[in-house]
Design a protein around this ligand. Structure first.
Ligand code: ADP
Length: 634
């Protein structure tokens, strides 16, 4: 087979275009990316070698940098796992992550300062390889997969296509050769053939890489030393005081394939029946695919006695903490563990519990010490953490400790639940809440009026997931239940006032009995009951979900996802102190059969529906009636 030409997938083209035409302030990172890939490739072959020793190379694993100053070539070679022809087409010609196209589209739209920020986001694609096009006019990849005899040569100038041909290579592994752009002129890049610069970059970004990184400079005199450029010290085994924040950050970028520094790191040690060390990180920005089911989360890497075992060890972190990255190095596990064995491994279970506690404690600490920073974190990751509240096997109280939500008591938004409880009246038995799309929608909802009036706080939850954890198996917090202000009867008053209020309400119910009946006949298709409310102050009416019925949002989702929704009609509550109701009562007292009553009932129902952000079944009829009324009123 001769040379074959292929087009890059559209997403890759777009990405390359961004890489090449934007001035990324720190081009040095291309080398970090190539070395990371080389080191990953060695990790993978070393792991395979545990069971297939015939695949292991004769020479120890290493990463070789090779410079030809005259030709301005820099190459990075490894004797790792290599790639087959199919693999290279798949790995380097396409991006398989869902959501990429959308994300790129939004990114190419941004410009100026934004554009620079979005470039930092590029890192989350795992597109490290393409960064080399910032410094190279042409890239050649020569690769041979361990266990195969033939090799593949891949060449591209980053212009939308690449070529592939059969080739030969001594031993398995990959060599990536960059034909560097000129070091002088308008688009000049740093001189990546310079020994001093290369040493500095490796030291800075890749010191902890577990394999020796060696440098060879063609024709150099004296010949370059074979001493590795990196110390190869596992960062998680070093004393924490010895490791700088920058080193921690670089290690994070290496394992997470993220180009941004982490929000924080947590080094920890488990001692006792067995030993393990962990170094965990929380990212500073949510990856764009955080909610895609097949999110390529690299999560936690598992090592045994410093030997890399696997990426993405999902058994070490629950799903709701899937954004946590890091390394666990266990002393006493078998080197031959498989994913299946891990699931039932008691040590893994203990380590997982330890890590979860560590992460939750750190977050609680951050919440207390730096609320601003925590708020930024919560805004991005809160909805994922709250998924943990759906899992009844979790200690939900610990997750609830971390929850921030909007509230009617806090002008500027955001309170913790503990703070809300501390503001509660002594005889308040439940935490009141309302869920919906935004704070603005919720604070103005008729349902919270009476609460605000009586100085009772209502928590406002605005994420999708809130609806689910609060409605299905709601947890308790500090001995308090959660109650939706949309739902059922509410009990707002002090014990001593209660009797007075109850009597008043009974009297109102009696006074309004006839009107309630007349209104009901107007809206009986839509509501199951019309009753007098004790939760309204300024609105004339609102809709309430009966105890045990699904909330309007949940019903709506179910309906939209094509499921059959049980027919739970709401209750229409009217405000007896509202002048409109007093007028209606007068009309009804004069003639209980006045046809206008049914009309008004429909209007009350419609506007209550609109006030809570709901949808009218027949908006045209509604607006026709409004127009008629307006006309009458003029
Ligand atoms: P990332 O490394 O973040 O996944 P890259 O674009 O850098 O993204 O690489 C894409 C894929 O190409 C890698 O996931 C890996 O499967 C493969 N790859 C890249 N470099 C090498 C290498 N030196 N040896 C083997 N496979 C490699």
């Amino acid at each position: 087979m001769g040379v074959e030409k292929f087009e890059f997938q559209a997403e890759v083209k777009q990405l390359l275009d961004l890489m090449i035409h934007s001035v990324y302030s720190n081009q040095d990172v291309f080398l970090r990316e190539l070395i990371s890939n080389a080191s990953d490739a060695c990790d993978r072959l070393r792991f395979e070698g545990l069971t297939h020793s015939d695949l292991l190379p004769d020479e120890p694993f290493s990463v070789q940098l090779h410079v030809d100053q005259e030709a301005r070539n820099l190459s990075v070679s490894d004797n790792g796992v290599g790639m087959s022809r199919e693999e290279i087409v798949k790995n380097i010609g396409t991006i398989a992550k869902s959501g990429t196209a959308e994300f790129l589209r939004s990114m190419s739209k941004s410009n100026g300062a934004d554009r620079k920020i979005s470039l930092e986001l590029i890192g989350q694609f795992g597109v490290g390889f393409y960064a080399s096009f910032m410094v190279a006019d042409e890239i050649t990849v020569l690769t041979r997969k361990a266990g195969e005899s033939g090799a593949t040569r891949w060449t591209s100038s980053g212009d939308g296509s690449y070529e592939i041909e059969e080739a030969e290579r001594d031993g398995a592994g990959t060599t990536i050769r960059l034909k560097l752009k000129p070091a002088e002129g308008d688009d000049a890049i740093a001189d990546y053939t310079d020994e001093w610069l290369l040493r500095q970059i490796v030291k800075r970004y890749s010191d902890f890489v577990a394999y020796p990184i060696q440098l060879k400079i063609e024709g150099a005199d004296p010949p370059t030393s074979t001493e590795p450029l990196n110390s190869m010290k596992a960062i998680w085994r070093r004393a924490a005081e010895e490791v700088s924040d920058e080193e921690y950050a670089e290690f994070y970028k290496h394992i997470a394939h993220d180009w941004n520094a982490p929000l924080l790191h947590l080094a920890s040690r488990i001692e006792g029946n067995f030993e393990a060390r962990a170094l965990l990180y929380l990212p500073s920005a949510a990856p764009f695919d955080l909610y895609h089911r097949e999110m390529a989360h690299r999560g936690i890497q598992l090592y045994v006695k410093r030997i890399f075992i696997m990426d993405e060890c999902r058994d070490l972190m629950p799903e709701y903490l899937r954004f946590v990255k890091g390394v666990v190095d266990a002393e006493d596990l078998s080197l031959n563990v498989s994913r299946e064995m891990l699931q039932q491994n008691a040590q893994i279970e203990v380590i997982r519990k330890h890590l979860v506690k560590k992460v939750l404690d750190a977050l609680k600490e951050l919440m207390q010490s730096d609320r601003e920073k925590y708020r930024g974190f919560w805004a991005q990751f809160g909805p994922v953490i709250k998924e943990g509240l759906l899992d009844l096997s979790q200690k939900r109280e610990r997750i609830l400790d971390l929850v921030l939500c909007e509230s009617t008591a806090e002008e500027s938004g955001f309170t913790s639940l503990a703070e809300a409880v501390s503001r509660m009246r002594e005889d308040q038995r439940v935490l009141y809440y309302l869920t919906g799309p935004s704070r603005e929608r919720l604070v103005n909802s008729p349902h919270v009026e009476a609460f605000v009036d009586r100085n009772i706080e209502v928590l406002l939850f605005t994420d999708h997931v809130d609806e689910i954890w609060l409605e299905q198996n709601p947890p308790e917090f500090a001995g308090k239940k959660f109650q939706s202000v949309l739902r059922g009867e509410i009990d707002l008053d002090n014990d001593d006032e209660k009797e007075r209020v109850e009597t008043k309400r009974e009297k109102e119910a009696e006074d309004f009995k006839q009107l309630l009946g007349a209104l009901r006949s107007g809206v009986q298709d839509h509501v199951k009951e019309v009753r007098v409310s004790n939760r309204l102050t300024s609105s004339p009416a609102c809709l309430i979900v009966d105890e045990g019925d699904l909330s309007p949002q949940i019903s709506d989702w179910l309906r939209r996802s094509g499921q059959k929704v049980p027919d739970g009609k709401p209750i229409l509550e009217i405000n007896p102190s509202h002048p409109l109701l007093a007028k209606l009562k007068a009309v009804c007292d004069a003639d209980a059969k006045d046809p206008r009553l049914a009309d008004y009932a429909t209007l009350l129902y419609g506007q209550a529906m609109l006030a809570e952000g709901g949808q009218l079944e027949d908006p045209a009829a509604f607006s026709r009636r409004i127009a008629e009324l307006m006309l009458e009123a003029l």
